[in-house]
Design a protein around this ligand. Structure first.
Ligand code: GLU
Length: 425
């Protein structure tokens, strides 16, 4: 996401290094790292100033374990290398969560906040027109990612179904499983929206149990208040963790008293009303302007909290600020929020870091349940979905925790070696 970093080369170098350390077959590993296919598309959108062309990508990384699976993001800093890296992480993520999927990812270079509703719809549908041939329930299954949501998935699904109709394809309900993260009333899954945040909190609970800590005494700062950050914050505070700092892309807020947690649903309500987080110092059912202060997103990362949860974008913890990070536990809820060098540095210092490909796999696990629901023409209840999610997440965690003992290294190297072995062997 940072314009100057090639996150794909960074990840590739990191994996090759890990491969050498754990004696993985170099040839097989190099072949594995390259995506199977990358499609670059140009999408025209009618705007008030005339036709504007947007560039988009779909990277299909690996389908050894099942159809390609992964989100589509709308962001001004999307580029080919980023989409490649994200698709590679999806391959690893699905392998770790034991899902019958490979990895893919899509992206469009756009700041969606600058588009009107109808332009956004045209862009979403235009993208599907261009990638129609390479997606499908058993080929490649897109989902939401940064700046995309259930509404966008509905537009995309509608476009997909209408193109299938034009091509005289038999329309049946299984075609809805081409996309996940759809609105509940349009073949979506109850609980999919919460799944990434909920899954992350299940993993956090497992870690806290293994470390023998008392969660009621632990403070937490969360960067990002989108779908992932919000639900992570909500479920963690429901379980008794004290959330003392929150942020969105415009800035961060800190509670001046460490005694209680932010009241997360109330903070969201306040943010919606005001448009910004500043001033939303809400706890115990009230928001009090005197009970908090505004800090920057960088300051949030450096707070002396027990648990830090980067849930926004890539590379936010890097060589420039790694020396200032004070948290003892970091849960990577964004994709790639810590650079490889910063990860090594913090890990060596004894910080317990749960890597993204485990911590945020609740999202794709939820997608798997939605895909299955559509294929089998069923309708799961939220409670059933949460139970299924818990089973998937706990199994992924316990597999990796055991593997960590075998490989005698941190959770990240363990995750990479475990997932790659599963795919290339
Ligand atoms: N975008 C999410 C991720 O990065 C979800 C992907 C999916 O559900 O396919 O894991």
């Amino acid at each position: 996401m940072n314009k100057n970093t090639d996150v794909y080369s960074q990840t590739k170098d990191e994996i090759l290094k890990i491969g050498k350390k754990f004696k993985l077959d170099k040839n097989k590993l190099e072949n594995f790292l390259e995506p199977n296919r990358i499609l670059e598309v140009k999408i025209p959108v009618k705007t008030k100033k005339g036709i504007k062309i947007y560039k988009g990508y779909r990277s299909q990384h690996n389908n050894k374990l099942g159809p390609y699976k992964g989100g589509i993001r709308f962001h001004q800093n999307v580029d080919e290398n980023e989409v490649k890296a994200l698709s590679l992480w999806m391959t690893l993520k699905c392998a770790i969560a034991n899902l019958p999927f490979g990895g893919g990812k899509g992206g469009i270079i756009v700041n969606p906040k600058e588009l009107s509703e109808s332009e956004l719809e045209e862009l979403s549908k235009g993208y599907i027109k261009k990638i129609y041939d390479i997606i499908g329930p058993l080929k490649d299954i897109p989902a939401p990612d940064v700046n995309t949501n259930a509404k966008i998935m509905k537009w995309m699904t509608d476009e997909y179904i209408s193109l299938a109709n034009e091509k005289n394809k038999k329309i049946n309900r299984t075609l809805y499983s081409t996309f996940t993260g759809k609105p509940i009333e349009h073949n979506g899954l109850e609980g999919r929206e919460e799944a990434t945040g909920y899954g992350g909190v299940i993993i956090l609970e497992e870690v806290i149990k293994k470390l023998g800590l008392n969660k009621k005494t632990l403070t937490m700062a969360i960067q990002g208040f989108g779908n992932v950050g919000f639900y992570f914050a909500k479920f963690a505070s429901d379980l008794g963790y004290k959330i003392t700092a929150l942020s969105d892309s415009k800035g961060a807020i800190l509670k001046t008293s460490k005694e209680d947690s932010f009241d997360i649903p109330l903070v969201l309500e306040c943010k919606k009303k005001q448009g910004v987080l500043a001033g939303c110092y809400c706890s115990g059912g009230v928001c009090d302007i005197k009970k908090g202060k505004i800090i920057s997103n960088d300051e949030l990362l450096e707070l002396p909290v027990d648990i830090l949860v980067p849930a926004a974008l890539e590379n936010v913890i890097n060589e420039n600020n790694m020396h200032k990070i004070k948290a003892k536990i970091i849960i990577e809820m964004a994709n790639g929020p810590i650079t490889p060098n910063a990860f090594n540095y913090l890990s060596k210092k004894g910080v317990i870091i749960v890597p993204d490909i485990l911590a945020n796999s609740g999202g794709v696990a939820g997608s798997y349940i939605e895909w299955k629901q559509n294929l089998e023409n069923k309708k799961y209840k939220k409670k059933e979905v949460f139970t299924m999610l818990e089973t998937i997440m706990k199994k992924a965690f316990s597999n990796l925790w055991h593997a960590k003992e075998k490989y005698k290294t941190d959770l990240k190297e363990t995750s990479y070696v475990y997932a790659i072995n599963k795919i290339i062997e």
